[in-house]
Design a protein around this ligand. Structure first.
Ligand code: LHQ
Length: 259
C-alpha cells in the first residue's frame, strides 16, 4: 500500500490505494510509519518525497472500515489517533532531513494535514485541500488544529475547518499554506528535482534548520538564541561545513556528503 524506492539519496514514498483515493487503512498506516522510521535510520536517505498514486493524494482515514454500526475497538477514535496518526506525525516533524510533499490530487481530512506537516509542499494546480472532518462530525486531526491557526491565523483556519470546503492549490499558495502550485504535468519532475537537490545538501545543517524553525513558535527569543548557538556549534563541526567553506574559497560547487 506504500511504494518505496531510493534514487539519488531520495526516499520516494507513494501512497498506493488509488481506488480509495489512497485513504489510510491499517496496513497503509503501518507501512507508511515503517518507511518514515527508515528515513530516520538510513544514512543513504538524505531527503524524502511523499506523493500519491492515481488521481488523488490521500482522502484521510478509510471510512469503509469505520462503520459505526459495527462498533468494537474501531469506534474509539482516540485509540486510532494514539496508535496510528500521532506517532506518524511526530516522526515526520522530528525527521532531521527534508521531507517534500507532492500533492498530486485531492488531499482530504488527515490526508491534507499529513501533507501540511511536511517541510516543503508542492501541489498540482488541480489539487484541492479539504478539512473534511466537520462533514462527519470530527475535529481536524493529524496535527491540523495545531498547524492551521499557526500558518493561516484563526480567521482562515476556523473557516476552513468549520465549513470543510475545498481550497484550491493556488489559493493555498497565495495564503502561504503551501510552497507552490505547479502545472499538473510538471509536478512529478519539479518535486523530484527539489527532493534530489535537497538530498545533495548539507543534511545535518538542513535538519538542524528544520528543528530551529519548528521550535520558534513555542519559545521566547532568549531560549531560541541559545538553541541557535548550540545548533550552529553542531553544524560548525560537520565535514559539510568545512567542505562548504573550502569550496567557496576555491570558487567551485561544494560536494556535501551529509555528515
Ligand atoms: C474513500 C474515501 C475514504 C474510504 C474516497 N474512505 N473510501 C477519521 C476517523 C477515524 C480516526 C481518526 O481520524 C480520522 C481522520 C480523517 O481523515 S476524517 C476524514 C476522512 N475523509 C473524508 O471524510 C473524505 C471522504 N472523501 C470524500 O469526501 C471524497 O471522496 C473526496 C472529496 C475526497 C473526493 O471526491 P471525488 O473526487 O468525487 O471522489 P469519490 O468520492 O468518488 O471517491 C473515489 C472512490 O474513493 C470512491 O469509491 P468507489 O468505490 O465509490 O469508487 C470513494 O468511496 C473512495 N473514497 N475517500 N476516506
Amino acid at each position: 500500500t506504500v511504494i518505496s524506492e531510493i534514487n539519488n539519496g531520495v526516499l520516494k514514498l507513494t501512497l498506493n490505494r488509488p481506488d480509495k483515493l489512497n485513504s489510510f487503512n491499517e496496513e497503509m498506516h503501518l507501512s507508511f510509519r515503517a518507511e518514515i522510521e527508515r528515513a530516520h535510520s538510513e544514512k543513504a536517505v538524505r531527503s524524502v518525497l511523499l506523493t500519491g498514486s492515481g488521481r488523488g493524494f490521500c482522502a484521510g482515514q478509510d471510512l469503509g472500515d469505520r462503520d459505526p454500526r459495527k462498533g468494537g475497538e474501531r469506534s474509539d477514535l482516540g485509540h486510532t489517533i494514539e496508535t496510528f496518526y500521532n506517532p506518524t506525525l511526530r516522526l515526520i516533524r522530528s525527521l532531521e532531513k527534508p521531507i517534500i510533499c507532492a500533492v498530486n490530487g485531492v488531499a482530504a481530512g488527515a490526508g491534507a494535514n499529513i501533507a501540511l506537516a511536511c517541510d516543503i509542499v508542492l501541489a498540482a494546480r488541480s489539487a484541492k485541500f479539504i478539512q473534511a472532518f466537520s462533514k462527519i462530525g470530527l475535529i481536524p486531526d493529524a496535527g491540523g488544529s495545531w498547524s492551521l491557526p499557526r500558518i493561516l491565523g484563526e480567521p482562515r483556519a476556523k473557516a476552513l475547518a468549520l465549513l470543510g470546503e475545498p481550497l484550491t492549490a493556488e489559493q493555498a499558495e497565495s495564503w502561504g499554506l503551501i510552497w507552490k502550485a505547479v502545472d499538473d504535468a510538471a509536478l512529478p519532475e519539479e518535486a523530484t528535482a527539489l527532493a534530489e537537490k535537497l538530498a545533495t545538501g548539507p543534511t545535518v545543517g538542513l535538519g538542524l534548520t528544520k528543528r530551529l524553525i519548528q521550535a520558534a513558535a513555542s519559545q521566547d527569543l532568549d531560549t531560541h538564541l541559545d538553541m541557535e548557538r548550540d545548533c550552529q556549534q553542531t553544524a560548525g563541526f560537520t565535514d559539510d561545513y568545512a567542505e562548504g567553506v573550502i569550496a567557496f574559497l576555491e570558487k567551485r560547487p561544494a560536494q556535501f556528503r551529509g555528515e
